[in-house]
Design a protein. Structure first.
Length: 130
């Protein structure tokens, strides 16, 4: 029996997960957001090097409505209603400067970038994943 080749993924600092499921946003908005990310990340210098950001589509987060929904990992920061303008702010403020765009955060998971103090600042007291 021959061995399957081991998959390889280049190093990255953050991983953006975009829900492209049918109940998340109006027709095509989530896919359009995902499709725009390649150019946006490249323009910000986030397509290579130490700050490289990987992007993936997911079919459902089970957080229906309020989309497009975007999750930034390993930070565990979940955004809703991610318009092209909001995505530009997420890139500038969160991905480049390390500050979540708090008015569009609806959940903060147990990722490394958040603290309990951030929960209060973001208005997410009691909403952190255990």
């Amino acid at each position: 029996m021959s061995e399957l080749p081991r998959p390889r993924i280049g190093a990255y600092a953050r991983h953006l997960l975009v829900c492209t499921g049918p109940r998340c946003a109006q027709e095509g908005q989530s896919q359009a957001l995902f499709d725009s990310l390649g150019d946006k990340l490249k323009a910000a210098g986030l397509n290579e090097g130490a700050l490289r950001v990987k992007r993936s589509r997911v079919s459902c987060f089970a957080a229906c409505k309020g989309g497009p929904i975007l999750c930034v990992q390993p930070d565990g920061t979940w955004y809703y209603n991610v318009t092209p303008e909001t995505m530009d702010r997420i890139i500038d403020e969160h991905l480049l400067s390390g500050r979540p765009v708090r008015e569009w955060v609806f959940h903060q998971g147990p990722g490394c970038a958040a603290t309990d103090a951030d929960d209060e600042t973001l208005g997410l007291e009691g909403d952190r994943a255990a």
